[in-house]
Design a protein around this ligand. Structure first.
Ligand SMILES: Cc1cc2nc3c(=O)[nH]c(=O)nc-3n(C[C@H](O)[C@H](O)[C@H](O)COP(=O)(O)OP(=O)(O)OC[C@H]3O[C@@H](n4cnc5c(N)ncnc54)[C@H](O)[C@@H]3O)c2cc1C
Length: 411
């Protein structure tokens, strides 16, 4: 008998797990609160930059479909400056294996088609808590992959692992055409300004073709926490350019003639970083397992969310396959999450650290990276593999040893 799994939420993680389970011979029903066409014609959701290791996971499942069309993100260009544009440090790192950003308005509808073509049952329903109980009666395993949807509230906050109780940045996205390319190579152009926040610019593929996505991370209460009264796309674009001109003039030079790719190519909002308990105890005595953003949602400052969603789905897939014919108990669900958390906790610690002013040891490391390509590479590699940043990222003594090594080896 085929094992029956239900997944609520057809985004980066839900579709990934759904397709992986279909390929392994499971019967999978996926509930989405929007049809593919609604997503394709809707508002942008993310900047979704995915690095080589997670693209490899997608390739393994035949889900990386855009390599030929998407502009490669061949590295990291990092700059840290004062609000008066005095540069503390800057460095560039190129990568042999590019990252890609595929607009989720392109990716999700295409993956929905793949899911159905491979035999999946896709249902358009906005699943309520009561409906989740009904679903849990019908399926052997229920996974909730609803991202930041309200249904995630069924999973209690894990106070011990949640460093923040409120948003740390005001977020804004603008999908742009007509951006001046970087001279050397397409990169995640990552810029930090003291007391103001961050501005990132990266090449991507959207519904109309290649574009650049500009992400703003405004420190709460600072000058880039200013999106509440913005009424239309033209105002959003004008404010984006004005903030760049005032605080990131080198970015302004690249975007001064840019236009929005489309009228829904903007987004503004705030995210509370949070870790949740992975098991929802439903009123009927059954359980559901939370996945990806439902259980670990970080601020996008380090661009880890889609990468984590793919890794979480792959890790859950392995746990499900290794479980054989045994029933999916709440203990198994907790163990399944723990296995993912062993990886995700490093990215969470790193991301949370980036939301605070840099401590002294990190300031020294970032400045040293300007003269030490190997250290710069180690820092850049943190984006594709956060555990590689530890222990030195948050431990001044180990960080000193990293610096001493660099000096001792004459770098
Ligand atoms: C401004 C911004 C920038 C970002 N930039 C990056 C980046 O550069 N790199 C990166 O890796 N990540 C980035 N992210 C994060 C990334 O987009 C998310 O972490 C990732 O999409 C999470 O995947 P998921 O599967 O958990 O949820 P999602 O991809 O959000 O999918 C959840 C799906 O469930 C559906 N749903 C919700 N509730 C229900 C319900 N009750 N019933 C049925 N369906 C439901 C939703 O409509 C949605 O389609 C960014 C996020 C933001 C906000």
């Amino acid at each position: 008998m085929m094992r029956r799994v239900a997944i609520v939420g057809a985004g980066q993680s839900g579709l990934f797990l759904g397709v992986g389970l279909l390929d392994a011979g499971f019967s999978v029903t996926l509930f989405s609160n929007r049809e593919g066409a609604q997503i394709a014609n809707g508002r942008v959701m993310s900047s979704q930059c995915m690095f080589h290791p997670t693209l490899e996971l997608e390739r393994r499942h035949g889900l990386e479909l855009w390599e030929e069309k998407a502009p490669p993100i061949n590295g990291l260009a990092y700059r840290w400056a004062t609000a008066e544009a005095q540069i503390h440090t800057e460095f560039e790192v190129s990568r042999a294996r590019p990252a890609l950003s595929i607009d989720q308005r392109v990716k999700v509808p295409a993956w929905m088609d793949v899911f159905v073509e491979r035999g999946g049952d896709l249902r358009i329903e906005d699943v309520s808590p009561a409906m989740l109980e009904d679903i849990s009666e019908e399926y052997e395993l229920v996974v909730v992959a609803a991202g930041k949807g309200d249904i995630a509230g069924l999973f209690p906050t894990d106070e011990e692992h949640s460093e923040y109780t409120r948003p740390q940045r005001a977020l804004s996205l603008a999908y742009l055409s007509g951006v001046e390319p970087r001279p050397a190579f397409g990169a995640n152009d990552y810029n930090v300004v003291d007391g103001v926040g961050e501005m990132f610019l990266l090449p991507a593929l959207t519904t109309t073709g290649p574009c650049e996505i500009l992400t703003i991370e405004g420190i709460i209460g600072g000058p880039m926490d200013c999106w509440d009264g913005v009424r239309d796309p033209a105002e959003h674009l004008a404010l984006t350019k004005d903030l760049a001109r005032r605080y990131f003039p080198w970015i302004y030079d690249r975007i001064r003639n840019a236009e929005l790719t489309d009228s829904l190519g903007t987004l503004a909002g705030k995210v509370t970083p949070r870790v949740r308990k992975p098991v929802a105890h439903l009123a009927n005595g059954r359980h559901a397992l939370g996945m990806a953003d439902v259980v670990v949602v970080n601020d996008p400052i380090t661009g880890q969310g889609s990468n984590n969603a793919a890794r979480c789905a792959e890790s859950y897939l392995e746990s499900i396959l290794q479980h054989g014919e045994t029933s999916f108990t709440s203990d198994w669900m907790q163990a399944t999450f723990n296995r993912y958390w062993d990886f995700a906790r490093w990215g969470t610690t790193w991301t949370n650290s980036m939301l605070r002013p840099y401590p002294e040891h990190l300031g020294r490391l970032l400045k040293a990276a300007a003269h030490d390509p190997e250290l710069a590479l180690q820092i850049a590699n943190g984006f594709s593999n956060p555990p590689s940043l530890f222990p030195w990222w948050d431990d001044p003594q180990t960080a000193d040893a990293v610096l001493t090594e660099a000096v001792g080896s004459g770098k």
